[in-house]
Write a protein that binds this ligand. Structure first.
Ligand SMILES: Cc1cc2nc3c(=O)[nH]c(=O)nc-3n(C[C@H](O)[C@H](O)[C@H](O)COP(=O)(O)OP(=O)(O)OC[C@H]3O[C@@H](n4cnc5c(N)ncnc54)[C@H](O)[C@@H]3O)c2cc1C
Length: 322
């Protein structure tokens, strides 16, 4: 029994959720008493593999091939199918990124296995792994146990595990060259859409100021924008703000928007509907400003200010500028 964590990088930059998934792998490894290895896929990835080698791992697989330089579901699934066999891992963990969501079902199907997506926690019962995931927009947690020996696949939701708990160490890097032919890769990556290249990655933001319907008018958005600027934070919003077109959809947090896990999430004039909470309750520290003391957002907030945002926010900006 061993665990393999598949990291995600693009152009030599890690996707931050990879580190959280690696932390999940280390915790599972400790709780099950098994070895944990990690893999990075791409081309010219020596520096990334060496960085991984500085973590507490049994082994690092540098999975290199020219057909892995750009992401395609065919090449990634082919490479990972071969790596799963080579590593002998019984559990393979992935960050729950858009890319993983794209290729994981294909990989699972090609292995005749089930992929458990969006895992938020785990425990060990009688030596067996139990994975926890949410159902019904986060209203219910469900337990999942693997029926087969593996390789069993699971993706880890953003913010479920803490990357700052990663243990450092020293692991040997092993090169793995998968057999992939150009003929089996049916898609040709083109340049990224300009919108998508411009898109904010709220998942990677450390500070987020998020605004809800309490802001009342489009022209008032400038107020929270000023606060975000003064804090060096990304601006986000609840769904009604994006539905109204006051901020772009890419800034929506929640079940039909992005899942975020910043160090600080400031919810301003947001009631805390379950569809919003599932997208941000993994934040390390949550601050809520709301004039309704009974707003559900205060149930998840670490700090709360019951007050009128039109009074509180200007005072916060003034204090920050001081
Ligand atoms: C299938 C589905 C998917 C959804 N997906 C999402 C999603 O991804 N993200 C999302 O956010 N929502 C989503 N929703 C919508 C969600 O149910 C809520 O309607 C939404 O989150 C409410 O947004 P809000 O908190 O900004 O507005 P409201 O619920 O209207 O809350 C506004 C808050 O502002 C406070 N307020 C008002 N004036 C002031 C003031 N002057 N000072 C301080 N506080 C003030 C009020 O007390 C209130 O708590 C989804 C709904 C469905 C059905």
């Amino acid at each position: 029994m061993s665990i393999l964590v598949v990291m995600e990088q693009r152009g030599g930059e890690w996707n931050r959720m990879s580190w959280e998934t690696l932390a999940a792998g280390q915790q599972l490894g400790r709780d099950l008493g098994v070895e944990v290895s990690a893999a990075v896929l791409g081309q010219s990835i020596d520096a990334l593999a060496a960085e991984l080698g500085g973590k507490q791992l049994a082994k690092v697989y540098a999975v290199e091939h020219e057909l892995l330089a750009e992401y395609t579901p065919d090449a990634f699934a082919a490479a990972l199918r071969q790596l799963a066999a080579q590593s002998g891992a019984k559990v393979v963990l992935f960050p729950h990124t858009y890319q993983v969501r794209d290729y994981l079902p294909k990989l699972a199907t090609s292995l005749s296995k089930v992929a458990v997506s969006d895992v938020i926690g785990h425990r060990v019962e009688n030596g067996k792994l139990v994975l926890v995931r949410q159902l019904f927009q986060g209203k219910v947690n469900s337990d999942t146990r693997f029926a087969s020996d593996g390789p069993n696949l699971a993706s880890i939701q953003a913010g479920a595990y803490r990357a700052d708990l990663l243990e450092t160490g020293s692991a040997a890097v092993e090169k793995f060259t998968p057999q992939i032919s150009a003929a089996e890769v049916r898609t040709k990556p083109q340049e990224r859409f300009r919108e998508s290249a411009r898109a904010v990655d709220l998942g990677a933001a450390e500070l987020i100021v998020s605004v809800g319907r309490g802001i009342k008018e489009e022209e008032n958005i400038a107020l929270v924008q000023d606060l975000a600027k003064a804090m060096g934070a990304e601006l986000a919003a609840s769904r009604p703000i994006c539905d109204a077109g006051w901020l772009p959809m890419e800034r929506q947090v929640g079940s039909s928007g992005q899942t975020v896990a910043p160090k600080l999430y400031m919810a301003i004039g947001i009631s805390g509907a379950i569809q919003h909470l599932v997208g941000m309750k993994g934040a390390r520290t949550i601050v809520a400003i709301n004039k309704d003391a009974n707003a559900p957002i205060f149930e998840v907030a670490d700090y709360g200010i019951v007050g009128d945002l039109f009074q509180v926010v200007p005072e916060l900006i003034a204090a920050l500028k001081k």
